[in-house]
Design a protein around this ligand. Sequence first.
Ligand SMILES: NC(=O)c1ccc[n+]([C@@H]2O[C@H](COP(=O)([O-])OP(=O)(O)OC[C@H]3O[C@@H](n4cnc5c(N)ncnc54)[C@H](O)[C@@H]3O)[C@@H](O)[C@H]2O)c1
Ligand SMILES: [Zn+2]
Length: 359
Amino acid sequence: MATPPNTRLDFGRAMLRESLTKRLRALRPRPSKVLVVMDRHAQQAVGDRIERAVADAGLDMEVMLAPHGEKRKTMASAETIAARLIRRGADRSSFVLAVGGGVTSDMAGFVASMLLRGLRWGVVPTTLLSMADASIGGKTAVNLPEGKNLIGTFHFPEFVIADVRTLHTLPPREWLCGMGEVVKSAMLSGPVLMQQLENTAPGQLRRASNALVDLVRSCAHHKTKVVTADPFEGNQRKLLNLGHTYGHAFETTAGPTKLAHGEAVALGIRCALRDSLERGMCSEAYAQRILKLMARIGLPETYPGKLPAQGELRRLLLRDKKAAHGTLELIVPIRAGHNALIRGVEARDVAAVIRREFG
Ligand SMILES: NC(=O)c1ccc[n+]([C@@H]2O[C@H](COP(=O)([O-])OP(=O)(O)OC[C@H]3O[C@@H](n4cnc5c(N)ncnc54)[C@H](O)[C@@H]3O)[C@@H](O)[C@H]2O)c1
Ligand SMILES: [Zn+2]
């Protein structure tokens, strides 16, 4: 298993085939086989390039389609993938290559971490969200009916290869979702990434531009820095959950068709800013700056539909993995690059913030 500083990160435009061949050739010991796990949209977008790259590296390959969509990010799907990998000849020196969005990499990474007590793996993220966030940091997971990502492991990939050209088929809504995480990264990382984001014209953010490569690279490097300092989630890594305690509750109540992950995070960031303002921890100017940035990008500003009742919100908030003894841990934004972790927050107080923001 690679440790975080050993995960090689490649970012660029139209470099996927070359980079992948190079990274596969460099693996020591040489894998017996590359087991490609991808979802069908990723296969349509990049399947041929992946197959040519593996062939160019002179390695044997098996390709299998993973169950697709957040609803199928389950133990049952992980078992299906594991069984298929074994049937296709997986052994201890096989290499798992996850190609797709965060759902695919979370599941394929989870299987790679367990199968035959752990196989090496790599990721080719094909969504903006995964390039900026999900593929970085070695967390793998599947969902339970009781909540998202409740079962998972830490298993660091050997490499991540993010080619923004693979995004040309990505639906606009998925782009937007990625942008929700990019805004989060900017708030965590500090003024440099914040200004980089503010100075990029919205048009540049919506296509495979060099500016987008730079942004995605900055987000991934920030996350890598945090994860390297704190690989197994002590306090620093927890800050990466900015906006997510609220966001996960919104995702569950609204459902994925009304509110996708990155959109829910954007709404969560709004609540976090309100909470911070009410606590007197951030300035009105900072809150306005972030709200303006999110509006310029086109992220949602209101909860879609009717907000659940206070009691229901409380119950959902307490399902958060970071909930302990009936209270929550919240990340409160202060200014770019400065965010505080507050423990022991009553779920009813968090629910009340949500109702004041969207009620
Ligand atoms: N492990 C982590 O640290 C981490 C961090 C953040 C999020 N996540 C997880 O990531 C998941 C969300 O990731 P996501 O937004 O990438 O979801 P996803 O994998 O479901 O991808 C979103 C949609 O885009 C499609 N798609 C993928 N690549 C495409 C392409 N190039 N062209 C067209 N369509 C394409 C997918 O098939 C899917 O329909 C969540 O399950 C979340 O829990 C994990
Ligand atoms: Zn997220």
